[in-house]
Each structure stands twice: as C-alpha cells, then as structure tokens.
Design a protein around this ligand. Structure first.
Ligand code: SF4
Length: 248
C-alpha cells in the first residue's frame, strides 16, 4: 500500500494551514483517508506520527485510554491532550492520572479560561442546565482550539458504531473549520474490538463503565443508560444535544 505523506506532497511547512497549504493538507488527508481505510489502527497511527511529527497530538476524554495506548506503542512520548473542564467525575481524572503515570505519553491537561466559580459569576450558576452549548463552548471547544494551535493534526477515539452522527467517520479527514487533519484510527472498530484491545494490553478504563454508564462526559451532563438504549443516550439527556461541539 502506498500512503501519501507530507514529504511526497511537497508539504514542507505544516504550521500555517491557510491558502495553498490548506489545500495541500486537504489533499493529503483525502488521499490518506482513502489509502488507509481498512488498515490496522497501528498503521494509521504510524502514518500520522511519521507525517506530522511534533505537530501532532492525541486527544482523549479518558473514558478509556485505548487510542493513547496505541500511539504510545507507535510513537512513545506523543502528546495526549485532555480537556480538564473542572466538571469531570473523579473516576475520569483517575484514568488521566493513571495514563500519565504508567504510559509513555506526555499528558497535557488543558483548562478553560475561567474556573467553574468564575463562570458561575459571569454567566450564572449551572450554565450547563440552561445553555449547554454555551457551557461546552467555554469549557471544551475554546480550550481545544487553544490546545490545537500547537499542532497540524490530531487524533481522536471516534468510532462509527457510537451513534448515527458518527456512522460516516473517516479514518483520516481534513477539518476545514480548524484547518487541521483529523485522524480517527479506530473509526472502524466495534465495541468488541475495543474490549479485546483493553483486555490484551490491560489498558486503563473508566470505572463508571462498571456502574451503568456507557458514554462518559462531565458529571452534570452524563447519566447511566438502560439496556438497549443508544450508548450516547446518557449524554445531555434533557436536551436534543448529542455532541459537545468538538467533532462538528
Ligand atoms: S458537558 Fe455539560 S458541564 Fe461539560 S462543558 Fe458541556 S455543558 Fe458544560
């Protein structure tokens, strides 16, 4: 399989994805997405780290550490960005701390510009219950934009089987909103694939999965799910909202 790289596209500088360089990044992502469809996650991860080097990071919600673990094997020391909203379950922070202590990655916890108390003062308490889009923007979207300024490409743990809104997730794509390449190495995995990998490598997993949760975000916006429910039905259950804005 011939996989296009930044070098063979003549993409020397990836730090300013605008104009012609944006077009090249888009072409790079499109070609890689087609070439790597069906490839093992490790191969997709290797392509990403070989192509972007230090201008690449993994993002993790710390529901589990599967993607961070894959990259730790392929590119030891890789940056792993975690959005520390200030509203995470203690179990989620425990996964983050375990990853930092036991895996060969560089965990970067990115905080919002305001503490929860400062946000309460500015916008009123419990913004998440009144305007979750606004809360997610302040505590997730803006911090991610700030963190990604250091990179040209980022990896996520998005999977096609998680929800209908994620059913067409490509393994590599250009994110025109951010001008970056988005890498989804386990897009084609099923929950069974994830479980098998976790068992094989003894990967840290959020303890909330054993307590009835099937998708984990901030504690105010996450509830347990019932048997047969969509895995993401427990997120923002009081609203139509299904995504926090990081992946739209
Ligand atoms: S998930 Fe809920 S608490 Fe977390 S940032 Fe979004 S609205 Fe706020």
């Amino acid at each position: 399989m011939t996989v296009v790289t930044a070098a063979n596209l003549g993409l020397v500088t990836l730090s300013a994805p605008a104009g012609n360089n944006a077009a090249r990044l888009e072409a790079l992502a499109g070609e890689a997405g087609r070439a790597l469809e069906g490839a093992p996650a490790e191969e997709i991860a290797k392509w990403a780290t070989d192509t972007f080097g230090a201008r690449f990071c993994v993002t993790s919600s710390m529901a589990d550490a599967v993607v961070a673990h894959i990259f730790s094997r392929v590119a030891p020391g890789v940056d792993v960005v975690f959005l520390d909203t200030g509203l995470h379950f203690p179990e989620t922070l425990k996964v983050r701390d375990t990853v930092a202590a036991t895996m060969n990655v560089n965990v970067r916890s990115i905080r919002p510009q305001m503490t929860v108390g400062q946000q309460d003062g500015e916008y009123g308490p419990r913004l998440f219950a009144r305007s979750p889009d606004e809360c997610c923007f302040l505590r997730k979207v803006e911090p991610l934009e700030r963190a990604l300024a250091d990179y040209d490409a980022w990896a996520t743990g998005l999977r096609r089987d998680e929800s209908p809104t994620r059913a067409d997730t490509p393994v590599v794509a250009y994110d025109p909103k951010r001008g970056k390449v988005k890498v989804n190495p386990i897009a084609a995995w099923t929950q069974e694939d994830v479980d098998r990998y976790i068992a094989q490598w003894d990967v840290p997993v959020n303890e909330l999965f054993q307590k009835g949760y099937s998708s984990i975000g901030c504690w105010p916006c996450t509830r347990r799910t019932k048997a047969g429910e969509d895995p993401r039905a427990g997120r923002w259950a009081m609203f139509e909202k299904t995504e926090c804005g990081l992946h739209v």
